[in-house]
Design a binder for this molecule. Structure first.
Ligand SMILES: Cc1cc2nc3c(=O)[nH]c(=O)nc-3n(C[C@H](O)[C@H](O)[C@H](O)COP(=O)(O)OP(=O)(O)OC[C@H]3O[C@@H](n4cnc5c(N)ncnc54)[C@H](O)[C@@H]3O)c2cc1C
Length: 382
């Protein structure tokens, strides 16, 4: 199924991107999973081909591409493996903050390198004591002698080990009432004194995705690295989180489609009781049901993407798409593994990796429970 916003140009991109990934990503993906990261060389190659932030304006190194290009990029990267989410995070989640709230000077300083792969980015909201409840973060940035002195600890940060530039969510006014009014966004460069890498986290899935803690001990961040207005950070997050959640939904549906493809191939080949597994009515019904749900999910997601591209308020729809598609990807992973029998539990089979990678999508970018609280509010339940 093809989204209504997908044009011939998007399909041309998909074709050349697939060719690129077949050469530069698929053969190495298992190595990256073992190494626990995607090498910088791959980021540079993505940049050389124009696959990093193609939506950035030409004056800052991009092509001014529309969001349809981002959809294609995220779908094709997901088909290689969910561990490439760090690229989608850079392209469509972090760099958009720089574009939306940066000054011309900041954009000139940072955006071109984000499009070439010289600069990998991350966003640090979550702390050991605060995830869903963002307003209760404790990282502070206090103004002193023309700089911000940043102190605090972040955790679960995607691209945390490799990032050159991190947008840190912090409190410039820790006493603000209500607390979210004290939140600001600071862009912290890797070589900032007092910015220490915390430990790389061992996860049950997304093995090629480097996720880490970040520590700030009296890190001196120049005032010129404040993003947007002081005290407006929470509102910026609320705006940008919509696209982040959409990206997660796009990945979830692409992963569902990939798992169904793998499973359909497998059940046609595998035999039991003298016939193919595909010939059992149970197999047919299971796959027919899953395929129906995936198509329903894709239709709703595509409609939401279209509305997002038209600049409509899609907070409710994005929240619905995020929880529904990521609940679905977990279900598809379980059912597809079951249809693989014992082989599905073996690392050698891609479905095993998909099974490990799926559940986190329901947790990050705002947990599915938080999505439901947003929907409830939007439909007038308080
Ligand atoms: C692999 C990975 C990558 C990540 N990448 C990043 C990143 O790049 N940057 C970043 O800042 N963060 C990142 N995160 C953090 C992620 O966004 C948080 O884990 C998530 O927001 C949940 O926060 P928490 O873990 O503190 O859970 P908690 O907030 O402690 O929640 C625990 C449970 O309680 C539920 N809950 C909480 N509040 C409510 C409520 N009001 N009503 C009902 N249920 C509720 C939650 O849904 C959850 O089920 C990442 C996490 C993972 C696992």
């Amino acid at each position: 199924m093809k989204g209504p916003y997908i044009t011939e140009e998007h399909e041309i991109l998909r074709k050349s991107l697939r060719k690129f990934l077949e050469k530069e990503a698929y053969p190495f993906y298992n190595e990256w999973e073992k190494a626990g990261k995607v090498p910088r060389g791959f980021w540079k190659k993505l940049g050389e081909q124009g696959y990093l932030c193609p939506w950035v304006g030409e004056e800052y190194g991009g092509f001014g591409a529309d969001f349809g290009y981002s959809v294609v990029l995220n779908e094709e990267l997901e088909k290689v493996g969910t561990g490439l989410i760090g690229v989608g995070l850079h392209n469509d989640i972090v760099v958009p903050y720089l574009e939306a709230y940066g000054t011309d000077e900041q954009k000139k300083r940072w955006l071109p390198k984000c499009t070439t792969g010289e600069c990998i980015t991350a966003i640090a909201m979550t702390e050991p004591g605060a995830g869903s409840d963002l307003a209760s973060i404790r990282t502070t940035a206090i103004e002193k002698e023309g700089a911000y002195i940043l102190n605090g600890e972040k955790t679960f940060i995607t691209n945390g080990i490799q990032a050159d530039l991190v947008i840190v969510v912090c409190k410039t006014d820790p006493k603000a009432v209500p607390p979210h009014k004290g939140i600001s966004l600071l862009v912290v460069e890797r070589d900032t004194p007092g910015f220490l890498s915390g430990k790389k986290l061992e996860k049950i899935g997304l093995h090629s995705q480097d996720t880490s803690e970040l520590i700030f001990e009296d890190a001196k961040v120049p005032k010129r690295n404040l993003l947007g207005q002081q005290g407006e950070g929470f509102y910026y997050l609320m705006n940008q989180l919509q696209q982040e959640r959409l990206i997660v939904g796009i990945g979830a549906i692409a992963a569902c489609e990939r798992m169904l493809e793998l499973t359909i191939d497998y059940v046609k080949e595998r035999k039991a009781f003298g016939r193919s597994i595909a010939s059992f009515q149970n197999t047919q019904f299971k796959i027919a049901e899953l395929q129906t749900e995936v198509n329903i999910g894709r239709t709703f997601l595509d409609r939401t993407i279209e509305s997002h591209m038209q600049g409509e308020d899609v907070v409710k729809e994005v929240s619905m798409a995020k929880w529904w598609t990521t609940d679905l990807v977990k279900k598809v992973a379980v059912e597809c593994m079951q249809l693989h029998g014992g082989y599905g539990y073996m690392e050698e089979y891609e479905i095993a990796r998909r099974f490990r990678d799926a559940p986190v999508t329901a947790i990050y970018a705002g947990s599915n429970e938080i999505m439901k609280t947003i929907i409830a509010k939007k439909i007038g339940l308080r």
